[in-house]
Ligand binder design. Structure first.
Ligand code: AFD
Ligand code: MN
Ligand code: MN
Length: 396
């Protein structure tokens, strides 16, 4: 790596921030059950403390996404003091995630429910989440809907589309200037015949219909196996509609595996499309990078540190693509030369430059090793295991 490349990596890492999810530190699982972890966080303070550890070890995750039902079960009243607690752990509250899928009333959908009263209740919950975002000074309301159906003919697809647009337009009217609502799509699960916001096109049209502060959120696990996600990212960038990401990796579907663990080259290509767009427009893409993982088997804090470090590495690599050379090769249809621009950058060892950056920011040279030897895990395990494992003994 030459000096110019080294500088590019330092600048990239200086501006790279990635948001961690509060739910990533709590005991969650799959529909086949969960394996309880002695050190798992339960309270919002414990989650913010664990997130604070990840930020202390990596230096690039100052904000924490919260899930309203799980973090603020009593809604707005639970937010008093939460920003102070976050600050105590050197983090802040980030995006607000309404819960549109767990309440029993959502059996046939939330905004897409044929029952107008359920649609109203869902909207009231989301409007309360906007109030929460004002209390926590959060910019983004991150919207994922499980709405859909399991059998052909069981629901009216076009009416549901109309109800969604009505609801998202009303929600949009509650946003403060500068706030955003991020519309996340997912092709299937938990619905297995149709999902109301199933792909990037539906999310784009819904966000456009909602208003100018609505954008699209791309969750990497929310695509069919062969989909070209970086092409979707390039289109959304060109349309000015790319709001942010939920990062994870997948082998089959929405597996929420550790970011970069299965296909790191894909995330590199996604980051490349963004840096290529920034180079061409001489602008800075205003994108929320967020992790959406909650590990059932891996140690939760370790897995989060692993994900953050891998994201930093892939982001740094993507900055090393020679855009001038690439643009010329693309114009000339010099296929091998153009491809090699990406392959060379992806193959570049950025670890020395990352080490330099960490040293300059007073974060540990090896975040995972530092966490493992720091004693935090032992301490919180001692504090939390009796409570966490009580449920296990009741199964015994
Ligand atoms: C689930 C959904 C979706 C959502 C997340 C947090 O698939 O990704 O963003 O829960 O609500 O993973
Ligand atoms: Mn997601
Ligand atoms: Mn998901």
């Amino acid at each position: 790596m030459n000096d110019t490349q080294r500088e590019k990596v330092q600048e990239a890492l200086d501006r790279f921030e990635i948001e961690v999810p509060s739910w990533g530190f709590a005991n969650t699982g799959t529909r086949f059950g969960k394996f309880l972890q002695p050190a798992a966080a339960s309270t919002i303070e414990e989650k913010l403390s664990d997130a604070g550890q990840v930020h202390a070890m990596t230096g690039c995750c100052p904000s924490v996404a919260v899930h309203v039902l799980w973090d603020f079960p009593n809604g707005l009243e639970d937010t008093h003091g939460v920003s102070r607690i976050a600050a105590k752990h050197n983090v802040r509250i980030g995006s607000i995630n309404p819960n549109m899928f767990q309440d029993q009333i959502y059996k046939h959908g939330s905004l897409g429910n044929p029952d107008e009263q359920v649609r109203r209740a869902a909207l009231d919950h989301m409007i309360e989440c906007v109030s929460i975002s004002h209390a926590t000074d959060s910019r983004d309301i991150s919207l994922w809907f499980a709405d859909g159906s399991n059998y052909p003919g069981s629901q009216h697809i076009r009416k549901r589309r109309h109800w969604f647009i009505d609801g998202l337009q009303e929600l949009h009217s509650h946003l403060d200037p500068g706030q955003r609502m991020l519309v996340e799509y997912k092709p299937f699960e938990p619905a297995f015949y149709h999902t109301d916001i199933a792909d990037w096109g539906m999310a784009l049209l819904m966000a456009r219909a909602a208003g100018p502060q609505a954008k699209v959120l791309v969750d990497l696990g929310h695509h069919y196996q062969a989909q070209n996600i970086e092409q979707i990212v390039a289109w959304l960038l060109a349309e000015g509609m790319l709001g942010g990401f939920h990062f994870n990796d997948r082998r089959y579907a929405d597996d929420d595996l550790t970011l970069g663990s299965i296909d790191p080259y894909q995330l590199f290509r996604i980051f490349h499309e963004i840096s290529y767009w920034e180079w061409e427009t001489d602008g800075q893409a205003d994108i929320a990078y967020m992790i959406d993982q909650s590990h059932n088997l891996k140690g939760k804090i370790e897995a989060m540190i692993q994900s953050v470090c891998r994201a930093q590495e892939l982001y740094a690599k993507s900055m090393l693509v020679d855009h001038d050379k690439l643009a010329a090769a693309q114009t000339a249809c010099d296929l091998v030369e153009a491809e090699e621009c990406l392959q060379e950058a992806f193959a570049t060892d950025v670890k020395p430059a990352i080490l330099e950056w960490r040293k300059s920011r007073n974060v540990p040279a090896n975040p995972l090793t530092a966490f493992r030897s720091g004693g935090y895990l032992e301490r919180v395990t001692a504090e939390r295991s009796e409570r966490n494992m009580a449920a296990v003994s009741s199964y015994a």
